[in-house]
Design a protein around this ligand. Sequence first.
Ligand SMILES: Nc1nc2c(c(=O)[nH]1)N[C@H]1C(S)=C(S)[C@@H](COP(=O)(O)OP(=O)(O)OC[C@H]3O[C@@H](n4cnc5c(=O)[nH]c(N)nc54)[C@H](O)[C@@H]3O)O[C@H]1N2
Ligand SMILES: Nc1nc2c(c(=O)[nH]1)N[C@H]1C(S)=C(S)[C@@H](COP(=O)(O)OP(=O)(O)OC[C@H]3O[C@@H](n4cnc5c(=O)[nH]c(N)nc54)[C@H](O)[C@@H]3O)O[C@H]1N2
Ligand code: SF4
Ligand SMILES: [Mo]
Length: 784
Amino acid sequence: MKLSRRAFLKLSMALGATATSSGLLFQQAKNSLLSEVEAAANEEQLVTTAGGHNCGGRCLITAHVSDGAVTRITTDPLPDSPDEPALKACLRCRAYRNRMYHPDRLKYPMKRVGKRGEGKFEKISWEEAADIITDNITRIKEKYGPEAFYVPYATGHDGALAGADFMCRLLALNGGYLNYYNNYSNSCHTWGLKSIYGTEITANSREDYVNSKLIILWGHNPAETIFGTNTMYYLRLAKDRGAKIIVIDPRYSDTTIAFADQWIPIRPTTDNALMDAMAYVMITSNLYDQAFLDKYCLGFDEAHLPADAPPNSSYRSYVLGLGEEHTPKTPEWAEAITGIPASTILQLAREYAMTKPAAILAGYGPQRHAYGELISRGMAVLAAMTGNIGKSGGSAGAMGWPGYGRRPKFGGVGTDNPVKASIPTFLWTDAVLRGTEMTKADGLQGADRLTTNIKMIVNIAGNALVNQHSNINRTAEILRDESKVECIVVSENFMTASAKFADILLPCSMPLERNDVINTWAFGDYTIYMHKAVASLYGSRSDYEWITMVAERLGLKKEFTEGKSEEDWVRHVVDQIQKKNPGFPNYEEFKAKGIYRFTYPEKFIAFKEQIEDFDGHKFPTPSGKIEIFSPVLYAMNNPKEIPAIPQYVPAWEGPEDPLTEKYPLQCIGHHYRRRVHSTFDNVPWMEEVAKQEVWLNTKDAAKRGIKNGDKVKVFNDRGTMVIPARVTSCIMPGVISVPQGAWYTPDANGIDQRGCINVLTNHRATPLAHANPQHTNLVEMVKA
Ligand SMILES: Nc1nc2c(c(=O)[nH]1)N[C@H]1C(S)=C(S)[C@@H](COP(=O)(O)OP(=O)(O)OC[C@H]3O[C@@H](n4cnc5c(=O)[nH]c(N)nc54)[C@H](O)[C@@H]3O)O[C@H]1N2
Ligand SMILES: Nc1nc2c(c(=O)[nH]1)N[C@H]1C(S)=C(S)[C@@H](COP(=O)(O)OP(=O)(O)OC[C@H]3O[C@@H](n4cnc5c(=O)[nH]c(N)nc54)[C@H](O)[C@@H]3O)O[C@H]1N2
Ligand code: SF4
Ligand SMILES: [Mo]
């Protein structure tokens, strides 16, 4: 029951009274309460929930509800304290009403009537939609088998009751579906960290930032990306305690504005050259921790290489130019590549080596690149050379996850998938085109070959079918061909670029219209109950509702639902959390309180055990050491792209690519404070907060006769967009940035009119992780 504040107080008093007084008093209070509740029917109710999207944070949201409508959104009312900072909302959830009550919300199920992708639809009933979907599932399963079904990466709703998870549950019960692994966020970090440390649990608690004397934010912009609610708060504490903060980023980001003592702009894709030169300075000035490297690391120098490694294949030999290409990685060498003055590199290297403890905290921007796997590996070497691993105030280099929190605590709604084959998520278009030809070399796992290409896609709460995936013009062409993917179902709130490619398009409810439970985005450790605040608007339904209709038609309703309502599933998830975490409150208590925070006796310091007691605790790598030289990667025998030691590999479409003659500008994208990827792009308030515009340096603008606010055309061989220019010295010359996530809006000639960066991005995957290199693009720009 939802209560007004006044009624809530009365109820508490009444309940208090029963403890000490007679049942009569309670009855009187209850009667008066009932009339109070009736009288308060028009009064505001406060409903606690959380942002449910993949936004970088997870905050407490209070929906103010009157007459069945959300009239206002406020945030965590609890008091702030250093131990328990409030979980205050950012601008996006505060604007949630604009998204929820948007006139363009999808209102009824539709089927496609025009060509696929054209966006022409006609209204149908939920029953007809369920019939068509069921017929397709049955037909396609019979013709192609279970591996023909694919439920793509989609992060629009991150709660435990995500529609995609329910769809996977149904398909699993129906014989199976093609799995994916990886994500679009941090797969290169993950693969890099696993290769060098054997795990991606490599981050210290944020509470430990205060113990750093120097913090290097390397392509990390939590002022916009949040990166765990309150990360900026912990950085502020560190800064107040005197930590120096250096930001390495091609852009003078919001975080740079807020905290940086020094901004070091760098050419995208060249971070490893900077790392190598920092290592060169440390080695040649003897500013590194030889004892640490000797004890814990494999392959820093020749004396610590594995037996079968060739001579001069250690990291030290590479840096000093003793390896194959005989180039010492001097600051001057790196200056030519990175655009950072040699003197700055020298200063940075010395400062990092001599300030103890020092932490490198990396975002994901530097690894969303052609050879992104090398970023976390290179940072790990710097951290090892300075002995900052396993130490309070230090860091193991690029951030993985902290040792507590996040998903492992969460049981879901899924069930075992009989199909074991799994593709890297970024290669799903390849699995449409040539799935049966894919092999281990393409990252196929769980099977030697696929039995079929993808034939049916059920895309729920995601825009990575088109908008968020690389090279939109290529993707759109693949999807338009009905002989390839034969059926596309999309569940959405709006007519997004992906929704336009649906054969069947379903209007989904929004999180404030459902009960759910959710945990943190990455950092911090708590679980929030997402209370349903209002009924589903228009004709929208939850994904669970329509998937149940399909389950019924497939004869699988009993197995699919297990007789559970949606709330029963929430209860089921909470039960699983409880089993793993004694101390977690019971369902009713948790629901009433709305949040549970996990607590720990001490902060998490990654690899503390290994560093303090190496004999008792090895690293989880094959050698038990930090594998600077990785025998596993060496055995892959692809030294140009997957070198055994981390090193600078010039990127295709990087600053050294001859293609720069035709397309001289490096184009990156950044995650934008006004959006969650493509979500919120259609909210007018947000356009007032932060416009969609391309950042370019004043020098590049002058060369092209472009003035601030001019419309420009940005293009390469893959596509073209028209977008307003923001001429600024907040981005380095030679680099432009298109905030990622704008809605792909092609005109009659296929030229995007909104500024969706994925018309320019490349679908070529990174070599080791098979991940998305969406910040690696060469382009040219002219005045439109
Ligand atoms: N407001 C907002 N916050 C979000 C999201 C959102 O959509 N909007 N999405 C969330 C999600 S799912 C994710 S995965 C994270 C993403 O978080 P990130 O991937 O860290 O975010 P980006 O903005 O892509 O990149 C961070 C910074 O890296 C810089 N950068 C780009 N290329 C390079 C390079 O080659 N070298 C260096 N040194 N820097 C580079 C960019 O200029 C940017 O300032 O954000 C989360 N938070
Ligand atoms: N070029 C480039 N591309 C990128 C990135 C980049 O940095 N550069 N970043 C990548 C990253 S890190 C990520 S995580 C992906 C994110 O890509 P996506 O996971 O596709 O995220 P969104 O674009 O937010 O799309 C989510 C969709 O879900 C819908 N939705 C929201 N709530 C619900 C719901 O309850 N039910 C249903 N059915 N639908 C709902 C929203 O309307 C929205 O259209 O993008 C990736 N793409
Ligand atoms: S960080 Fe995410 S959950 Fe928090 S208010 Fe912003 S959009 Fe909502
Ligand atoms: Mo992401």
